[in-house]
Design a protein around this ligand. Structure first.
Ligand SMILES: Nc1ncnc2c1ncn2[C@@H]1O[C@H](COP(=O)(O)OP(=O)(O)OP(=O)(O)O)[C@@H](O)[C@H]1O
Ligand SMILES: Nc1nc2c(c(=O)[nH]1)N=C(CO)CN2
Length: 152
């Protein structure tokens, strides 16, 4: 069994319900959700002329390999009728794989750790909630340290 961290985000429709439904669907597919952060209302990052997001992260336990877990996240998005209006834009649900144990990989389908996680408040704030001492396997910084650097 492996431990992984998944980011959840929504800024279309009933955002809270969307996050809750995604968590339920993951559990129904055999992904053990061990811990869920608080839900954080966050300002849009990247493309700023869009509604606030609701973001969270969860800690999961799974016997799926990294790519299989990513495909489960994508299948969950599709099951929820994934709506995306533009790149980095509005979406009813977005699920990103942040970390999978200490796996480091880069393929067209999957990059681990998620390449932009250290730059995203909307990822680090919820991670601070459940895993402040978790270490980034490439940067060798904890979540607490990455969050402090981002807010300098
Ligand atoms: N760690 C990862 N987590 C999620 N998707 C990833 C990851 N690494 C690579 N990908 C690939 O990125 C593709 C596009 O992802 P997506 O459409 O969610 O991008 P985005 O949400 O617009 O931007 P971002 O990934 O920067 O949040 C996915 O189909 C997936 O194959
Ligand atoms: N605050 C916030 N901003 C974003 C988000 C998100 O989940 N939260 N997702 C994006 C596309 O991946 C782009 N910008």
């Amino acid at each position: 069994m492996a431990i992984a961290y998944v980011a959840l985000g929504s800024n279309l429709g009933d955002k809270k319900k969307n996050l809750q439904r995604a968590l339920m669907l993951l559990m129904q597919q055999g992904v053990d959700v061990l811990q869920v952060s608080g839900y954080f209302a966050t300002e849009p990052y990247g493309v700023t002329d869009q509604p606030q997001f609701l973001n969270a992260v969860c800690k999961v336990r799974t016997n799926l390999e990294p790519v299989a877990l990513l495909r489960t996240l994508l299948a969950t998005e599709l099951a929820m009728g994934r709506v995306r209006l533009r790149h980095w834009g509005e979406r009813n649900i977005d699920l990103d794989l942040l970390l999978y144990e200490n796996v480091v990989m880069q393929t067209p389908e999957l990059t681990l750790p998620h390449p932009d996680m250290q730059n995203r408040d909307f990822v680090l704030l919820p991670l601070l909630d459940i895993a402040p001492e978790l270490e980034h396997p490439l940067l060798h910084k904890t979540v607490r340290e990455m969050a402090a650097e981002l807010n300098k």
